[in-house]
Design a protein around this ligand. Structure first.
Ligand code: GRF
Length: 192
């Protein structure tokens, strides 16, 4: 299975995925793409020896990026802190083949504008007892695709949004690679 990772930021989840899949038979990360040329994730791809690609929002929206991924025979797309909306045609071309990770227990604290520290601040201000991360399929609506897995932590004793962010990120690194691997390898078994 050939995997592309799309990310907009520092790429710690992308790094965890690349690291895990470098030892996973049957899954190859063949491309890391980012809409931000300065994103740390591109450097992380270079360090891991994975091809990296900077693309513009126009290339995403016009279908240019989709064409590139099809040329590369990509089977699965993993979003790891990717901040642009995935166009409808892209979703259809990769139906049930795109996963995303979100740093809250969806459907709580999801939707447009809910990313990064915005999420953790909202969780903290709402005095939530627990938070966590959600791995879900991607469809045309932000954060509404079917949920695959949720990891939870008790945040009732936490004193800041930053503390929540740190612990949720640890959960993400722990579970995203393992869960994505299971989902991808399962889909391959079903095809055979
Ligand atoms: C993660 O919290 C992820 O859930 C969210 O964006 C953040 C990306 O962090 N979608 P990193 O770039 O993987 O370090």
């Amino acid at each position: 299975m050939r995997v592309a990772i799309l990310a907009s930021g520092s790429g710690s989840n992308a790094a965890a995925l690349m690291n895990h899949f470098s030892n996973t038979e049957g899954i190859d990360v063949v491309l890391v793409g980012s809409n931000r040329s300065s994103a740390g994730v591109l450097e992380k791809a270079n360090q891991a020896g994975v091809a990296s690609l900077h693309f513009s929002r126009e290339e995403l929206d016009s279908g240019e990026l989709l064409k590139k991924l099809e040329t590369l025979k990509i089977d699965w797309v993993l979003l790891a802190g990717f901040l642009l909306k995935i166009p409808v045609e892209f979703c259809r071309a990769f139906e049930n083949k795109i996963l995303n990770i979100h740093p809250s227990l969806l459907p709580k604290f999801g939707g447009e504008g809910m990313f990064g520290m915005h999420v953790h601040r909202a969780v903290f201000e709402a005095e939530e007892k627990e938070s966590g991360m959600t791995i879900h399929y991607v469809n045309e609506r932000y954060d509404e695709g079917a949920i695959v897995f949720q990891g939870r932590i008790d945040v009732s004793e936490f004193n800041s949004a930053e503390e929540i962010a740190l612990e949720v990120l640890k959960l993400e690194h722990e579970y995203y690679p393992r869960v994505a691997r299971e989902v991808i390898l399962d889909s391959e078994r079903n095809i055979k």
